[in-house]
Design a protein around this ligand. Sequence first.
Ligand code: FE
Length: 358
Amino acid sequence: MRATNGRAERWPEAALGMVRAIGVALAASLPWSSHAQVAGDKVLNLYSARHYQTDEALYENFTRRTGIRINRIELGDEPLLQRLKSEGANSPADVVLLVDAARLWRAQIDGLFQPIKSKVLEERIPAQLRSNDGSWFGFSTRARVIVYDKARVKPADVDTYEKLADPKLKGLVCTRSGSHPYMLSLIGAMVERSGEAATESWARGVVANMARPPRGGDTDQIRAVASGECGVALTNTYYWVRLVRSTDPKDRDVVAKVGFVWPNQASSGAHVNISGGGVARHAPHRDNAIRFLEYLSSREAQAYFAEGNNEWPVVEGAETQNPALASLGTFKAESVPISSVGKGQIAAQRILDRVGYR
Ligand code: FE
């Protein structure tokens, strides 16, 4: 679900009139292709796969603090990486933000980042939440959890990812597409800890249990559990917390019907993913890019992640005011290193193809 109401690209106000006048398709390459920008400009070109409306405040605050204006392009992870690749050395991108560990890994392998040295980032961001060569840094975390229909399903029957393949849950399981990064990372982590054969038989079991073919986003899965179409589903935590915080009576109704469990608490722990980013390989404004990444690790930016999009800060001591997020409590997280989840996604996709998990 995109929070930008279909407007995938954002431009500085001055450019917007022109954009509207000449049409979005043509304008997509205009303002940045003039090569008028030089390293000293107070500008940052941001390619972002984050799709959360509440990020506006995060970016505006950076501009207020530094005077550096942000030109932003928002695309899904995959189209964004494709665009970076096709632009090559001419890419205006300074910073690339992605919402999944597997995609960050992919971008690193494809050489789309330039490794940087930043004492600030190295001090603030735990080593397991960044690449070991300075290519990318995690700025927030989210967990992938299980939600269930309180009227039909007992929490003890759905308290591990493994149980989603149990024949007991036949006709009850819903997920978004298996090939979505959030699923690939989850399954990739499973490959890392349980091996390919066990993961394949698990995936086969999940497919056999499906209430419907995979479709929609995470919020759609939660709503489908509430409507009775699905008995159990997977979601990232922030989508759940967004509903918990909602004052819309329809959302209140959803939250009342749906239960939430932390998966695998007696075993491997809940799967955790990150949103993160790095400096683009050919960044025209490298210094601004590093400054922006350092800003994302600041206390105030970390608070935006928690308060705006209901994610957990990665920087120790970051203070947040989000009672709904806090109400989820603490949990045991999976120990598969974020950087190895990426490798597992290739095996994960192979498995999905073999078992017909779309
Ligand atoms: Fe998301």
